[in-house]
Design a protein around this ligand. Sequence first.
Ligand code: GAR
Length: 202
Amino acid sequence: MLKIAVLVSGDGSNLQAIIDSIENGYLNCSIEAVISDNIKSFALQRATKKGIPIYVFPKKEFGESIGDEILKVVKGNVDILVLAGFLSLLKGEILKKFEGKIINIHPSLIPLFCGKGMYGEKVHESVLKSGVKITGCTVHFVDEKVDGGAIILQKAVPVYFEDDVKTLKERVLEEEHKILPEALKLLSENKIFIKDGKVQIV
Ligand code: GAR
């Protein structure tokens, strides 16, 4: 069984999608820890409700060393780290120790609307401002480049003239909640390989 830790900063709807996918038998995974950089993250309540151990390393207190603290929690206990709306950057040793074993969900079609400072609702604001008619979401591996690792899965979502941030965010989240569990399922079945910086699904 794949052992995962889920890193969160906010509402935790993607964490909930993983929990639900485990409970309905779609995913053969166990969540060993939910880790947050934000004590106010509602995701922590979702985890506690299910008896999942939680760890909090507030961003203000830990800053760039957050990766080292997380590494202490997960080293030897966890196969995959899942960034599900986690808004701190991971740096240093953790990226080496978990190379090819950290995935992230991003609310746009990478390489569009991503990179430093582009997260959460800011992404949808930029999408709406640009006038594009299609956006989406991406699950990708995490490396030292912000939103730069190999792309695992993407799903396109239409953008309507009438959309505001709330309606667009909801439509994109609906697809995020499908592709994040799907990527984890593929990983748990050893169906994902990285070749020349690109993902092959077998
Ligand atoms: C999601 O839309 C996720 O893609 C985004 O934050 C939201 C978290 O929602 N992540 C990023 O922007 C990372 N660059 P959730 O807390 O309800 O899962």
